[in-house]
Design a protein around this ligand. Structure first.
Ligand code: SF4
Ligand code: SF4
Length: 436
């Protein structure tokens, strides 16, 4: 069998000195204490596959699939190995050899690259999710993904998407005398389909900070579900569509409000479209909206707003934002600047929530265990609201809290700012629950 993706990263895996620094904090290692579920073990397997010492098997594919791509090992590794890229390469080679499940392949290849089909599938999922919202707990245990006998929290998918709302929206324009910058907003599918209010709040806050915001309607999924599943063909198709949608825009930055999209566009895109200058140019323009707001001094304006009742707020660091894009101080600066808001640092704020895209569907039991840790940390912090900056984390945290019997709302930083500064935006569905 040919391992062309792994072969391209042979040097990377040879850097491993087997020090085991990557084991501390690795979620899959910490729940299993299995060497093959740590970065060191996975690298060893990858080397053995390349040398022919090991043959491909479903067990090996499962070990790579179990990785959450949380970057904790990459952060700890003294050899600075790009572990997440390595494990993606392994999944791509194993998927090419063993194939992907037919349903997964159908969704990745024939739904994900087409926004209208994706929207249609989201609406069908939203209808199915009504059962989760209305089924009594006694029945809920028989629904898929509810093995622990608790209802799952599902996203609100039956409303209009952000793509449509942007077209109807009154363009606010830059607020403080001319645009400081002109930026393009890449919303990502989750914000487009499940959290459109968040997308509107992001755009509105950027405009209030003096930025002109354009929303290219041609944008498609960032490709993360395909990339992390090892479907390089679909990743490339999506990357090309996004490069086409953004490369000719006269903008200073591409703003993201989803950590995974940001990490994909700034880090994975140049790998997916290797040698394509347009991809490199686009990648360096990617910036998280919170980082841009702080660069523009938006927090000084927030401080002046009247604010509402007193709130205690904590923040969850999405893995791809803190470790992928180096953004963790900025959301805290914004939250702390809000009047009547007390920021409380919770234990393990940067520990992976266990959402990790399809991981929560592929491994619901393990995902729920990671969620339990976060729910405990939130409960101990005694806060009124949990804030994060990734829609996938937002949904996972809302689900984990609901399963732990807590009703603490979870929202994006953009939603909290909108709520506290009362700039007209609503925070509908802030628990991330379904359209009942
Ligand atoms: S920390 Fe890095 S060098 Fe050390 S065992 Fe893990 S992957 Fe290898
Ligand atoms: S990316 Fe996360 S889950 Fe995967 S090996 Fe590294 S620390 Fe473990």
């Amino acid at each position: 069998m040919e391992y062309k993706n792994l072969l391209a990263l042979k040097r990377e895996m040879e850097k491993c000195v087997r020090c085991a620094a990557c084991q501390a904090g690795c979620p899959t290692y910490e729940i299993s204490f299995s060497e093959t579920l740590s970065a060191r073990g996975r690298i060893r397997i990858a080397r053995a596959l390349l040398s022919g010492e090991l043959k491909q098997s479903p067990r090996i594919a499962a070990d790579f699939e179990m990785c959450l791509s949380c970057l904790k090992c990459a952060e700890a590794c003294p050899a600075k190995i790009d572990t997440v890229a390595l494990f993606q390469a392994a999944r791509a080679d194993l998927a090419a050899a063993g194939g992907m499940g037919i349903v997964k392949k159908l969704i990745l290849r024939h739904v994900l690259p087409f926004p209208k089909r994706l929207d249609f599938m989201a609406k069908l999922t939203g209808l199915a999710a009504l059962f989760y919202a209305t089924a009594p707990n006694a029945l809920a245990r028989f629904l898929p993904y509810s093995s622990q006998g608790r209802r799952r929290t599902t996203p609100r998918l039956l409303r209009g998407n952000l793509r449509g709302l942007v077209q109807q929206r009154h363009h606010q324009g830059p607020a403080r005398g001319g645009a400081l910058r002109r930026v393009a907003y890449f919303s990502g599918c989750m914000t487009d389909l499940a959290y459109p209010d968040t997308g509107l709040n992001v755009m509105s806050q950027l405009e209030k900070a003096g930025v002109e915001v354009v929303y290219p309607q041609e944008q498609v999924c960032c490709g993360a579900p395909a990339w992390f599943a090892g479907d390089n063909e679909t990743s490339r198709e999506l990357a090309e569509k996004n490069v086409e949608a953004f490369c000719d825009l006269d903008v200073d930055a591409i703003v993201v409000s989803c950590a995974t999209c940001g990490s994909m566009l700034s880090h994975a895109l140049p790998m997916i479209m290797e040698g394509d200058k347009r991809a490199e140019t686009l990648a360096v323009k990617v910036i998280d909206f919170q980082k841009l707001l702080v660069e523009l001094g938006a927090e000084k304006e927030f401080e002046k707003s009247p604010g509402g009742g007193k709130l205690r707020v904590t923040y969850h660091d999405p893995c791809h934002l803190k470790r992928g894009m180096g953004v963790s101080a900025e959301p805290r600066i914004l939250i702390k600047s809000l009047p009547n808001v007390e920021f409380v640092e919770m234990a393990g704020a940067d520990v992976c929530c266990g959402g990790a895209g399809a991981f929560t569907l592929d491994h619901p039991e393990q995902s729920a265990r990671f969620g339990q840790f976060k729910a405990r940390a939130v409960e101990e912090s005694g806060v009124d609201i949990v804030v994060t900056a990734c829609p996938s984390c937002q949904l996972q945290l809302a689900d984990a809290l609901a399963r732990a019997g807590l009703d603490t709302p979870v929202m994006s930083t953009a939603d909290l700012v909108a709520m506290v500064t009362s700039d007209g935006a609503m925070v509908d569905g802030m628990h991330g629950d379904s359209d009942d």
